[in-house]
Design a protein around this ligand. Structure first.
Ligand SMILES: [Zn+2]
Length: 383
């Protein structure tokens, strides 16, 4: 089918979906299409069950008017993400509504085979939340660590050190739908860009400081390198401090060895009584904390600040968005603002806008699932 016709079909579906048109007449007026063309295109969308037609009885004589509505349950996707030491799968419809959620907590010693089976089972369980008419069109894996998006491979993750190069494409092949892989930070930044309505010219750097440390960067209207799954791995920048501390990636003396939650948790627990286990819980706990009570956190902060400031001198972002438990502490946040605003080379340019994201799963889910579902909808309407 030609692209122009598919574009028209998508434009009609989008109008109805957004509540801007409920009849053929309204569609024709808004898109400037002839009535016969609109009828034919709407007919196609209705036959694919993308649009639903409810016939209402009008007051006057003549044909009853058909009210068109969008069918969000035409297609569904299963979205998988990493939360602390667990994997969470959500069943999502075309309106990005979560119909149900399941999770599993693979132990740290989980290997490739066990991880592949755990993910297969999770997709199966999540799929059960869909009503029978929903077609599972995509599984979207939003993973932490290093990915090879082109090969649909999950390469390395600090949480499960024995997991190396798991082929998720092959593991999920039996579901007979499209398989998508995206780095979780890229997904979150894509979601935040959309929510905050960033302009095409605007650049943003998102820094996650939590169990691991990483960043994502957007420029030119999209997240840089999202189709590859590796970028801004600042957690594995060498500090050259000569301590010889082994990192989860196999090297020594990476930033993560002195600042990531996985490496400093034991020490932090000694200095901060009652520190919860989850990243979310830690964030809440640290909100009240006086920074001077934790030398470990202070040292970690200095290192993260130095690397972030250097990264800003490389990328010169308009916005810096901080996520993760540590930046929930007001003193930590304020140190970031001060460091980035007073750095002489940055100060001479437009002011960097520093903010904290609540790290909600909503943005990550939307950022990960929006493109796959749009592409599957396009496939359905043009089939
Ligand atoms: Zn490393």
């Amino acid at each position: 089918m030609d692209t122009g016709r598919t574009d028209d079909l998508i434009a009609i579906a989008s109008l109805v979906r957004a509540g801007k048109a409920t009849s053929r007449g309204e569609i024709g007026r808004q898109l400037g299409l002839r009535s016969t063309t609109v009828s034919e295109l709407v007919g196609q969308l209705a036959s694919r069950e993308v649009l639903l037609e409810n016939t209402t009885r009008g007051r006057g004589k003549g044909r009853p008017a058909a009210v068109l509505s969008f069918n969000p349950l035409r297609l569904g996707a299963v979205f998988i993400t990493v939360l602390d030491q667990s994997l969470v799968a959500s069943a999502v419809d075309l309106d990005l509504r979560v119909l149900g959620q399941v999770s599993t907590a693979p132990p740290p010693e989980t290997d490739n085979g066990a991880m592949a089976r755990a993910i297969q089972l999770l997709v199966q369980e999540a799929q059960a939340f869909f009503p029978p008419q929903v077609e599972l069109s995509a599984v979207v894996c939003s993973m932490s660590g290093l990915l090879d998006v082109g090969r649909k491979t999950w390469c390395v993750t600090a949480r499960w050190p024995k997991v190396r190069n798991v082929d998720l494409g092959a593991a999920l092949d039996s579901f007979r739908c499209s398989i998508w892989l995206i780095r979780n930070l890229d997904a979150e930044l894509a979601g935040v860009r959309h929510k905050e309505n960033h302009g095409v010219e605007e650049t943003a750097l998102m820094l996650h400081w939590g169990y691991g440390i990483g960043a994502a960067y957007s420029a030119g209207g999209d997240v840089v390198n999202r189709t590859r799954g590796r970028f801004c791995e600042i957690g594995h920048w060498g500090l050259g401090n000569g301590r010889g501390l082994r990192c989860s990636c196999g090297n020594t003396d990476c930033l993560e060895t002195v600042a990531a939650l996985w490496s400093i948790r034991t020490q932090l627990c000694r200095e901060i009584p009652g520190l919860p286990n989850s990243e979310h819980g830690i964030g809440g706990h640290l909100r009240q904390l006086d920074l001077s009570t934790s030398p470990t956190l202070q040292e970690a902060l200095e290192e993260v600040l130095r690397v972030t400031a250097n990264l800003c001198r490389l990328l010169f972002p308009d916005r810096v968005i901080l996520t993760g438990p540590f930046v929930q502490n007001p003193e930590v946040f304020s140190r970031f603002v001060q460091t980035l605003e007073v750095a002489p080379i940055l100060r001479s340019l437009d002011k960097v806008q520093v903010s904290v994201s609540n790290g909600g799963q909503t943005e990550e889910l939307a950022g990960a699932v929006r493109t796959p579902l749009a592409s599957e909808l396009r496939r359905i309407v043009s089939s």
